[in-house]
Design a protein around this ligand. Structure first.
Ligand SMILES: NC(=O)c1ccc[n+]([C@@H]2O[C@H](COP(=O)([O-])OP(=O)(O)OC[C@H]3O[C@@H](n4cnc5c(N)ncnc54)[C@H](O)[C@@H]3O)[C@@H](O)[C@H]2O)c1
Length: 391
């Protein structure tokens, strides 16, 4: 029987990518009932009534938790929702970064398969513990790093692993979100004591460099600039990270909530790797923001939309169909949980294939985050990753 899915958290990423992807999988009968739990009724109600999502998925709905308005937020309601699910369904965690670990433990403790938005957790030991628990119960746990399912990443991975780029030496990546993100709910959780621009969004490119090259990080330094959100809270809203890899290569990663609102596109991002081999240099250069489209609408707004991450297209209905690597990533993760459950794939096979990020095969992400947090709180000094060795 198609599994039920409980989505925990109903914020921006739930709206932009996760719920529409789940609805599409429900439409094609690959999953069954969907429920969404947030701490406030207003959040799930707004999601349920969202005009764009309703237009794309006419006649589809999810179960709302909380079921009715309450005076106080209900931060522990997700525990009761998880406990009420029959065992071996799927819990999708889309909570603020520092809450993932607690929710994942809760779901595993109730025998649920788990998918979590990145970063899976913030500490390496937590990733290892989750890997052990999942293994003991034969449950799938996957971290949603959707850039992996951008075809350009899969092309680069294949070409790199065939030796066509030689060996990575120096690189740079950036992902700067728009300034207006500072006005969002981020000001309540992406604050200096919990997270920073690198931890929140830089992890995508660290993960991608491993995904393409197979290299592992050995040392990290992150310089962060403290800035204030509109609510007065402080955050490291500008970061510059240097990640050293086990072949001596160096990647510079710049992140911020600071790309001008008036600039085209929804952010600026990309990856450049300079490589060497066979007495030659080699180059891999991805513009991940500008995908070749220049639109200017009659309202006078200029935009450079990405057709690649997540779009709704009209394929004849009913409603609209989500396309892009944002959808494909969720489709693959859900399929993996289903395969583990029906016995057509083992956790070992999924770990070894390396296409999906699991706590076992991507724990280097937590090592980098842990080192990055220590570095940023110490003025950017280099932090070695314990146990990491050069090739
Ligand atoms: N590119 C990406 O992969 C990407 C992009 C955006 C966000 N994310 C990740 O997704 C996560 C959520 O980000 P977002 O942008 O949706 O943030 P957000 O602040 O918009 O949403 C967070 C949601 O969590 C809910 N929440 C908080 N505490 C809760 C609790 N105790 N019980 C139930 N719900 C609770 C809030 O009500 C809110 O709906 C973060 O970990 C972030 O790093 C990933």
């Amino acid at each position: 029987m198609a599994p039920q899915v409980l989505l925990v958290g109903g914020g921006m990423i739930a709206h932009d990518q996760i719920l529409p992807s789940l609805y599409q999988l429900q439409r094609s009968r690959r999953i069954g009932q969907i429920a969404v739990c947030s701490s406030r009724y207003e959040t799930v109600r707004a999601l349920a009534e969202n005009e764009r999502i309703c237009r794309a998925f006419p006649g589809q709905s999810f179960h709302l938790y909380p079921e009715a308005p309450a005076e106080q937020p209900q931060p522990d309601l997700f525990r009761a929702c998880i406990a009420a699910l029959p065992p071996r369904q799927i819990v999708f965690v889309a909570l603020p970064d520092q809450m993932h670990c607690d929710a994942i433990r809760e779901a595993l403790g109730h025998d649920q398969h788990v998918i979590s938005v990145k970063p899976l957790v913030l500490r390496h030991a937590e990733a290892l513990e989750i890997a052990r628990e999942a293994r003991a119960r034969n449950l799938f746990v996957g971290a949603e790093y959707h850039k992996r399912f951008d075809d350009r990443s899969l092309m680069a991975r294949r070409a790199y692993r065939e030796g066509r780029f030689g060996e990575f030496r120096l690189g740079r990546a950036c992902l700067l979100e728009k300034w207006y993100y500072r006005n969002s709910n981020f000001q309540n959780w992406m604050t200096a004591e919990h997270s920073d621009a690198f931890t929140y969004i830089g992890c995508h490119y660290v993960d991608l460099v491993h995904f393409v090259t197979g290299l592992l990080p050995v040392a990290v330094s992150v310089y962060g600039i403290l800035d204030r959100y509109p609510n007065g809270r402080q955050g490291y809203l500008w970061t510059d990270a240097r990640v050293i890899w086990n072949n001596g290569a160096c990647l510079d990663v710049q992140n911020a909530l600071g790309f001008p609102d008036a600039a085209p596109g929804t952010n600026t991002q990309g990856l450049t790797l300079y490589c060497q081999g066979g007495g030659n240099g080699a180059l891999l250069d991805h513009s991940d923001q500008y995908r070749g489209l220049k639109y200017c609408y009659v309202g006078g707004v200029y935009a450079e939309p990405s057709p690649d991450y997540f779009q709704y297209v009209d394929l004849g209905g009913p409603g609209l169909t989500p396309v892009g690597y944002g959808f494909r990533s969720i489709e693959q993760l859900i399929a993996a949980a289903i395969r583990v459950e029906d016995g057509s794939a083992t956790l070992d096979q999924i770990d070894a294939a390396g296409l999906l990020a699991t706590p076992s095969n991507s724990a280097y992400n937590e090592q980098v985050i842990e080192a990055a947090r220590e570095s940023i709180l110490n003025g950017g000094r280099e932090v070695r990753i314990a146990g990491a060795t050069a090739k």
